[in-house]
Design a protein around this ligand. Structure first.
Ligand code: ZN
Length: 468
């Protein structure tokens, strides 16, 4: 692969906004130069490709650290495979995902991880790494954690929800955190009190409350806040950092804010669905609300302002998608007459960069903060920076040329995720991906997908780069 020059775009990173020419050699960015300077002008001589980015943004490819391709859940599987899901990600300007390998009950971490390697190998359009879901914390799997950290799996997800499936009790959580404290890994927590939620589910169903909207009622905001508080205190006892996934309730955010005000290594992410959707969507008539069933659940609309504030103050430092799509037909429909049987999850891997650009247009965040929460911080949080998450000499040439003025209408008709609905059907956005490079290769350009499955490589990760 030869040289590519991207000329005269506004290069936006978490740190800077500068009009610059970007020189790519092979798979890496090698230099930024001043447009029109004698030096940068020479770069085009002999280049394989020169892209004029005048009037456009040149930004790092998105880093989505929370996806669930092909996840088995509730008797079915998430409808995007690694092939379809990573291709959709590329369409939306995301060039790295970190997906979750799953250790089932009775399995070793190794067995679970090998299954996920087999699913992803040779299938991905973009680079990918893995976190490990610990579904069975015991003496054996705790020992295996250290080995996996050495192999570049540096984060482990535990669940305070889903008793009988992924659930860990407080003793298991404490032990895993103690191990993390020793081996430098990061514990990611699904913070909801699943034992209490299961009681509320049974009581609701007994009362005949079977519609999708009750999913949001039984998964009470205070049960997210309680679990968030407990996760943080357990992490303090263990001397370990903790990262709260898919935070949606303002009461849970208050717990994270309090911890961070104490100077603790407590971090949290939220997702676009919590910023743009609400319990009003869960309460849509008929069975439409099932399209909005995910956990943690969507919250009343007044939570959104607090989440935006958290993103500005860095109490929320990452926006990931929790991409876990299920088709309305035959998958979400498993829960007709019983909301607790609706598979939990929403599509989103393709739309995150655009929805967050819209937040720039709407005045919620700055352009640099857009890149920071969608690219740079996720890369640093999970040991991928500076190879991923920025545009700088030595970084992988994962680059998006973004048209900030283009308008688009979101729709299942035009998206590339393998799912039969859009959570944002008919919504108009300003801004659209024009061209995507993944390690120097143009994979999306002019409304065409030019990559192929297997372009994406597995990423060995370092440990979290934020710990103090
Ligand atoms: Zn998840």
């Amino acid at each position: 692969m030869g040289r590519t020059v991207i000329r005269n775009g506004l290069v936006i990173t978490a740190a800077d906004e500068v009009t610059a020419d970007v020189l790519i050699d092979g798979e890496q960015v090698v230099a930024l130069g001043m447009p029109g300077s004698g030096l940068a002008d020479t770069w085009s001589d002999g280049a394989e490709r020169v892209i004029d980015a005048t009037g456009r943004y040149v930004v790092p490819g998105g880093v989505d650290v929370h996806t669930h391709m092909e996840l088995p859940f509730g008797g079915t599987f998430a409808s995007d495979t690694f092939e379809t899901g990573t291709r959709a990600a590329a369409w939306g300007g995301t060039t790295t995902i970190v997906d979750f390998a799953v250790q089932g009950v009775g399995q070793s971490l190794r067995e679970g991880l090998d299954n996920w390697f087999a699913k992803a190998e040779g299938e991905c359009a973009i680079d990918y790494g893995f976190h490990m879901i610990m579904g069975d914390v015991n003496d054996q799997s705790l020992k295996e954690m250290d080995v996996l950290v050495g192999e570049g799996i540096t984060s482990f997800k535990l669940f305070m929800a889903y008793p009988g499936v992924f659930y860990s009790d407080d003793g298991q959580i404490l032990r895993a955190m103690q191990s993390a404290s020793g081996n430098g890994s990061l514990i990611m927590m699904h913070a909801e009190n699943g034992i209490a939620i299961d009681v509320l589910i049974a009581q609701a169903l007994e009362r005949g409350q079977t519609d999708p909207k009750y999913h949001g009622v039984v998964r009470h905001a205070l049960l997210e806040a309680e679990a968030t508080h407990r996760a943080i205190q357990l992490a303090r006892v263990a001397g370990a950092p903790v990262y709260i996934v898919h935070l949606s309730a303002l009461e849970a955010l208050a717990e994270v804010t309090a911890a961070r005000d104490l100077g603790l290594n407590a971090f949290a992410e939220t997702c676009p669905q919590y910023l743009y959707l609400s319990t009003d969507d869960l309460a849509r008539p008929g069975f439409e609300g099932s399209k909005y069933v995910c956990s943690t659940p969507l919250r009343p609309v007044e939570h959104q302002a607090e989440l935006w504030k958290g993103l500005r103050t860095n109490d929320l430092s990452v926006v990931s998608t929790d991409h876990c799509p299920f088709c309305f037909k035959e998958q979400k429909e498993l829960g007709v007459g019983d909301f607790s049987k609706i598979p939990n999850g929403l599509p989103g891997v393709e739309t995150r960069m655009d929805l967050l650009h819209q937040a720039v247009i709407d005045g919620h965040i700055s352009r640099r903060r857009w890149i920071e929460i969608a690219c740079t911080t996720p890369a640093r949080m999970f040991g991928l920076y500076p190879r991923k998450g920025t545009i700088a000499p030595g970084a992988d040439a994962d680059v998006v040329i973004y048209d900030p003025a283009a308008e688009q209408v979101m729709s299942a008709e035009t998206h590339h995720m393998n799912v039969d609905y859009s959570c944002y059907e008919g919504r108009t956005l300003t801004g659209k991906v024009a061209t995507v490079l993944s390690r120097g290769k143009v994979v999306v350009d002019g409304g065409e997908y030019l990559g192929r499955k297997g372009d994406g490589k597995y990423l060995t990760r370092d440990t979290c780069q934020y710990l103090t």
